[in-house]
Structure formats: C-alpha cells, structure tokens
Design a protein around this ligand. Structure first.
Ligand code: SAM
Ligand code: SF4
Length: 490
C-alpha cells in the first residue's frame, strides 16, 4: 500500500423487515460494526457481511426473509468467506428452521443479543464456524433470568446511520407482557422492561447534539412504561415526557404504540400540556367485536375502548388517533366483522393499519382456534375496512383545507425523489402526524415550516410554504447533507 492509499474497509449490507424497533436495531448494529472498521454498502454483491434483520409478526414477513436468503445463496457459493447473518425476531423464534432451510447462514442472533454481533462476526471470520446468540424462551427460566437474557440494546448513536439526522427513534421499553393470543412479540422480544429515564434523557441529549429535532419513543405498549427506582419513586411515561420536554434543542416528541387499557389521564394531560409532545396517539383497537377481543385476549371491551377514545379527545382537544385492526381472526363471523366496520366508521381514526390474520405457530391462537376464515374472505374484509377508513381519512383531511400546519420537513416525497431541479416536492409531518407535501428546496429538510394547506386526499395534505419561510427567514437551514448509503427497509 502506498502512503496515499487508504486501506480497503470490509463492507456490511443489511436488509430490514418489520417495525420501527427493527429499523432502530439495524441502525445500531451498523453503527457498532462501523466502529469495528466496517462501512455500509447498499450493494449486496460488494458485501463481506450480509445481515437480515427479520420480523415474525406475519408469515409474509418471514417469507420475505427466506426468499432474500434464497437470492443470496449463489453469492455465498461464489465466496465462502461471505458472512451471512439472520438477526432479530425470526432468529430468536426459528433458529433451527433457518439453519434447516438455509444451511449456509453463519450467524443467528436474537433480538436480546444484538450487542454481540461484532464479536460474533469476528468469530465467524476467524473460525468459519456458525455462531448463535439467543435469549431464553419465556418459560425457560425464572422472570429475572429470562429478563436478563434479553438485553436492551442501546449503544452510542451514529447520526450517519439515519436517513434524516433530524429524526431519531429512542427505545424506552423492550418486550411485551400482554400476550395477545395471535402475537409472537412476547416470545421474540421477551419480558416487558422499561429503561432507566436518566439513560433515555442522556440519549436524547446526545441525539440533539447530533442534530435531532424530533425523537420518537418506542415500546410495544409504550404507555405502560414505568421505571421503578427501587426507593419508592416511579417514573411514568408522563414524567418521562416532562423530562424530555426540558431538553434544549429538542423540538418534538412522539411515542408509539399505546395499549388502550393503559391510557391514563396523567399521560393524556401531559400530551395536552407539553407543547413539544405530538397531539397524536396510535392506539390499536384490533377489532370492534367483544367476542373477538376476548379471543384475542386484548383485556378490554369495545365499550372500554370507546371510553378511552372519548376521554382522549375530551382531554386533548384536536388529538389525532390512529389504530390497527386484524381482519379474519379465528371465528370472525360476518356479524363480528360488521361490528368492526361500524367501529371504524364511527371512530373517525386519522388512519388505520389493517392486517389479514396470519396464524403464527407457537401462539395461543394457533393452539386453541382453527384459522378458519378463507383467504379471499380476509382479503375482501381488508378491502372493505380500508374503504371505510379511507373515506374517513379524506373527511378528516378536508377539514385541514384553509388551515395552517406546522411541519417538520422529513425530506423529498416519493414524487420529489423522481423529479429533478432545485425545487421539488417535499414531505413533512404536522404535530398531529398528518403527512403534508409542498414544493421547496431539499435543504429545508430538518426545519420546522408553516404550510398553508390547500388540498387533500385520503393519505396526504397538499400545501404551500408560508411566504418568507422558504428563504430560511430564521436562518435555520440545515447544511446540505452528503449522499448517504441507506439502510434497506423492505
Ligand atoms: N404492540 C403493538 C400493539 O399492541 O398494538 C403492535 C405490535 S405488532 C408488531 C403490530 C400490529 O401487527 C398489531 O397491532 C396487530 O394489528 C398486527 N398483528 C400482530 N400479530 C398479527 C398476526 N398474527 N396476524 C396479523 N396481524 C398481526
Ligand atoms: Fe403483540 Fe399484544 Fe404485545 Fe402488541 S400488546 S406486542 S399485539 S402481544
């Protein structure tokens, strides 16, 4: 090597399937590997290490990973030194099945063991032997033992790893103790554990120093967050929001996902009273039929969900609420489904994510109830529910026409990405999590702007930047960012 040549760094490629928690895990894993000398590539053909961060919530997500593994098999054949790792939820749940279907996989690492990845990659490269790191199953030991085997993975943050350095996820809770009968999460992510508030606040400060203006707090049932200090003091989510609100330079705080039964008044009051906290609550209802909710073991009735919804809207004027629904759950009759349709019609959610039930081996629902709703019925119910939701979303959006929305600019919209020129379509989100698109210079990314809304579709608000703000009247332009290699979310 001549003095002017820099050493060739090994490359890591990562594909991520699933939720925001997985996106955060991938960001952190790559940051840790970068510290170990790796650089990120978005070209699998040039990778020395290839990671698949997986999801097990629905069968479709697992199929995606197996087909990706099939696609890369020839690369491994060509280059046996290539390290292939399967990490995350599927790894925790199906280690043997993965090695059975893709014997060339070198590394299987569960959600609670991600901190070990750099060391495991080194071990594979040194020995050529497969490496496994998995946490205990929920019944493999006492609560403390199982908890200890699922470590919250929160290493130092690297802003380079985020598509937009002004937004960041912060994990405040790992695991889940709700055990909804259809869901794999309590086994793939282990027992519910809340992180120490001091660590969360320090992490938020670091993120702000690195340029973050908005943090999204993540937890499976984020509103059940409570940290017991062991001396009689407890920090609830409302207390944590108040502490984060005091972080100078932080402009916005969001949190997802909420569990309906844990929606306390102190939390709603914090959302109302703290100006930086988004007036937005994602609170999945899953079904509008009591019998289904009972089978799902959701721990609330339809009336209780409505009580929570009315209370939220009363205490937090203007709050936007969104939901998730599962259609075609075991035993869902046309009558049960009609109740869900009515709920979606009446509840006026900002938006809803609608999923066809996917039977997950190992769950209580798979053990107890036959997956008896035909695929075409699931599909039809999915479309029907979506149509009702879309009509409501359009009505909600039309009410914004003629109003202003204060948005954090997230970057180019999909249309903007395809266009050329200095002024292209940008996308931002309002304090109520509404998506707003408008024309502007990409350099406005990461700024707060006021948009005059002049049109609406079921998914998007359209508007123009309030005069004066495009020129950066506040002088808050974010410097143009170098081209980043993105994390692949599929
Ligand atoms: N913890 C969150 C909650 O309780 O709402 C979300 C967890 S899950 C990753 C996200 C959504 O996936 C759930 O709200 C549910 O609607 C859906 N989901 C979970 N298991 C499912 C299954 N077996 N089939 C279809 N959808 C499922
Ligand atoms: Fe799954 Fe229910 Fe826990 Fe959400 S609350 S992660 S749906 S078990």
């Amino acid at each position: 090597m001549t003095p002017t040549e820099s050493p060739v760094r090994p490359r890591v490629y990562i594909e991520t399937v699933g939720c925001q928690m997985n996106v955060l895990d991938s960001e952190l894993v790559v940051a840790a590997l970068k510290k170990d000398g790796y650089e990120l590539t978005d070209d699998p053909a040039t990778a020395d290490v290839m990671l698949f961060n997986t999801c097990s919530v629905r069968e479709h997500a697992e199929d995606k990973t197996y087909s990706a593994l099939g696609r890369v098999a020839p690369l491994k054949k060509q280059d046996p030194a290539l390290v292939i790792g399967v990490i995350g939820c599927m790894a925790q749940k199906d280690q043997e099945a993965i090695r059975g279907r893709a014997p060339y996989v070198d590394m299987v690492v569960g959600t609670g063991q991600l901190a070990k990845i750099p060391e495991l990659v080194r071990a594979v490269r040194a020995t050529g032997k497969p490496q496994y790191a998995l946490s205990l199953g929920r019944t493999d030991g006492g609560r403390h033992e199982v908890e200890a085997s699922f470590e919250s993975y929160d290493p130092a943050r690297d802003p380079e790893m985020r598509p937009n350095s002004s937004q960041a996820f912060v994990r405040i809770q790992i695991g889940c103790d709700k055990f909804c009968t259809y869901c794999v999460v309590p086994s793939t992510r282990g027992p519910e554990q809340s992180r120490h508030p001091d660590h969360i606040v320090s992490e938020a400060r670091v993120l702000v120093d690195q340029g973050a203006k908005e943090v999204t707090l993540l937890g499976q049932t984020v509103n059940s967050y409570v940290f017991d200090h062991g001396d009689g003091r407890r920090t609830r989510l409302s207390d944590l929001l108040a502490r984060l609100h005091d972080v100078d330079g932080l402009g916005r705080i969001k949190f997802v996902t909420n569990f309906p039964k844990d929606m306390t008044n102190d939390l709603l009051d914090a959302v109302r009273d703290l100006p930086k906290v988004c007036k937005y609550l994602h609170v999945p209802a899953q079904s509008g039929c009591d019998e289904m909710l009972k089978r799902m073991k959701r721990l609330y009735t339809v009336d209780e969900y409505w009580e929570m919804l009315h209370r939220a809207r009363e205490r937090v004027p203007g709050v936007a609420v969104s939901s998730d629904f599962i259609v075609g759950f075991c035993g869902e009759t046309e009558d049960s489904f009609a109740k869900t349709m009515r709920m979606v019609e009446d509840a006026r959610f900002k938006n809803s994510f609608i999923f066809k039930y996917s039977e997950r081996p190992g769950t209580k629902a798979a053990e107890r109830f036959p997956d008896d709703i035909p695929e075409e019925v699931k599909r039809r119910r999915n479309q029907d529910l979506l149509a009702v939701q879309n009509a409501n979303s359009l009505t909600d959006h039309q009410q914004w026409i003629g109003r202003e929305a204060r948005v954090l600019v997230e970057g180019l919209s999909r249309q903007g990405q395809k266009a050329a020129g200095p002024v292209r379509q940008l996308l931002g989100r309002s304090l109520t999590d509404h998506i707003v698109v408008f024309d502007g210079n990409e350099r406005l990314t990461g700024n707060f702007l006021t948009i005059d809304v002049n049109d609406a579709s079921p998914f998007t608000l359209y508007g123009t930047v309030r005069t004066g703000e495009t020129q950066g009247a506040t002088g808050e332009y974010t410097a143009p960012r170098p081209k980043r290699v993105g994390l692949q979310v599929v």
